[in-house]
Design a protein around this ligand. Structure first.
Ligand SMILES: [Zn+2]
Length: 268
């Protein structure tokens, strides 16, 4: 999505509001410290961003069919109606993650708008967490708006989130399976704060071959790979989207490869 459009959307979303939550009852086995136990099965985190609730709710039966848990990173304000919808999504075993109240680019806010990293975090993710808490929504993860982050922001976020998701952009001609920092050994997930997600919205470089290659690597090397998209809608659809048939194809393929679809709440 282009930046001006994202900014407009961010403003619109900040005005309209949104909500998020995680349900401990549906997470995997918990270790003594309340966090999920270390993982052994390689897997995929499918994540979907923004406020595409209508699309996401329509996909719930498909995720159920494959026993797949995913993460929805929700931006904007959270009101009671949104919180109720998010809780219903959680009841299927999925995680709700924060995606920022500002939903604006961190680097831009710091370098162009004069915000400090602390001010950005307070206005964006931490401000949104107040909404989540108000409605009893337990959020453990944050999807960085426009994949923008740095070590300074990470340090501010670490006390509040177990993991955050940012983005990875392979070089021209590079296969996704070759992008080493898009993969984390499954036994090492707890030692990683941020994960480099790969965008799988529908556009030319995103082929089934690339997606399948990345999943095959994760399966062969016992790793976790993280993907992100926005809407889940058949063509023709407005905005960044992946088609429902392709999401189901990924679920089928992952299952064939012996991968598990983890929500961010299930990551230790
Ligand atoms: Zn977004």
């Amino acid at each position: 999505m282009n930046k001006p459009l994202l900014s407009i959307l961010g403003i619109a979303l900040a005005i309209t509001g949104c909500s998020v939550k995680n349900d401990p009852a549906v997470t995997t086995e918990l270790a003594n410290n309340g966090q999920p136990a270390p993982l052994t099965q390689p897997g995929v985190c499918l994540t979907f961003d923004d406020r595409n609730l209508d699309d996401w709710e329509a996909m719930l039966p498909i995720f159920d069919k494959y026993n797949a848990h995913v993460t929805f990173f929700v931006c904007g304000n959270i009101d009671e109606a949104m919180a109720a919808r998010l809780k219903a999504i959680e009841a299927h075993g999925h995680a709700i993650g924060a995606h920022g109240k500002l939903h604006d680019n961190y680097h831009k806010c710091v370098t162009e708008k004069g915000m400090t990293p602390e001010e950005y975090a307070n206005a964006d993710s931490l401000g949104q967490m107040e909404d989540f808490r108000k409605y009893g929504i337990n959020v453990t993860s944050y999807g960085c708006p426009m994949s923008s982050r740095d070590d300074k922001l990470d340090a501010i976020l670490k006390p509040h989130f177990r993991h955050i998701r940012t983005g990875i952009f392979p070089k021209d001609g590079q296969s996704w399976a070759e992008v080493d920092n898009a993969f984390v050994p499954i036994a090492d997930v707890a030692n990683h704060f941020y994960f480099n997600g790969k965008g799988i919205d529908k556009y030319p470089p995103n082929t089934q071959e690339q997606i399948d290659g990345a999943m095959a690597r994760a399966a062969a090397r016992k790793e976790l790979v993280v993907f992100y998209a926005h809407r889940i809608a058949p063509d023709p659809a407005k905005g960044h989207h992946i088609e429902p048939v392709e999401v189901e194809r990924i679920l089928q393929k992952g299952q064939e490869l012996g991968l598990r679809f983890y929500s961010f709440n299930e990551l230790p």
